[in-house]
Design a protein around this ligand. Structure first.
Ligand code: URA
Length: 195
């Protein structure tokens, strides 16, 4: 059940004009999933399809993500899925520092409502932003993926578990097995914390 504050956060995100990305977007993409939710998966930014539909991971990366979630036995509707910035950057360029900063209040408020036990940044970009948000000294995605880090949010422990971005499979097919391994470890870790 979503409370009024959550609904109001979503409308704030959908009508946000804090940065220039609001000028070129069709729809902001707040994210979707249960609230609260033990697992929060965070990508980089909406792409073209996400911008058109206002929903996260509905394009090519989404197809890959859905397949991995299914193979891992994690129903998509049991995880909360969002991105670091909620509006599509023109031509899918990387979000800029000030855009990430403008959007960080939305992400923090989402985390406060969702209260995840595990945050799963997907890809180099999201992992970098989440590591810096939680004051964790990071490293390259090739070094940190599939490993568990610990942070704190509002005094509660939160685990950070970076994985490769699902789109890696289309850009770099050999990394498919690395991504599969990340999801398998994620599943294993979730079953341990649910025990
Ligand atoms: N990539 C992301 O990081 N987020 C989306 O919503 C879609 C693709």
């Amino acid at each position: 059940m979503h409370d009024d504050e959550w609904d109001s956060l979503n409308s704030q995100i959908m009508t946000c004009t804090r940065c220039r990305l609001s000028e070129s977007r069709t729809n902001a993409v707040p994210g979707e999933g249960p609230v609260p939710c033990p697992i929060m998966m965070i990508g980089e930014a909406p792409g073209e399809k996400e911008d058109q539909q206002g929903r996260p991971f509905v394009g090519r990366a989404g197809t890959v993500l859905n397949r991995f979630l299914e193979e891992t036995g994690l129903p998509r509707d049991e995880v909360f899925i969002t991105s670091i910035v909620k509006c599509r950057p023109p031509k899918n360029r990387d979000p800029k520092e000030d855009e990430i900063h403008s959007c960080s209040g939305h992400l923090d408020r989402q985390i406060a409502h969702i209260k995840p036990r595990v945050i799963v940044p997907m890809g180099r970009f999201a992992a970098g932003v989440i590591f810096s948000r939680f004051g964790i000294g990071g490293g390259k995605i090739s070094e940190v993926h599939g490993k568990l880090f610990r942070g704190a949010f509002d005094g509660d422990e939160v685990m950070i578990f970076p994985v490769y971005h699902p789109a890696v499979v289309t850009h770099n097919p050999p990394l498919r097995s690395e991504l599969a391994g990340d999801f398998a470890r994620l599943k294993e870790m979730l079953s341990r914390i649910n025990r």
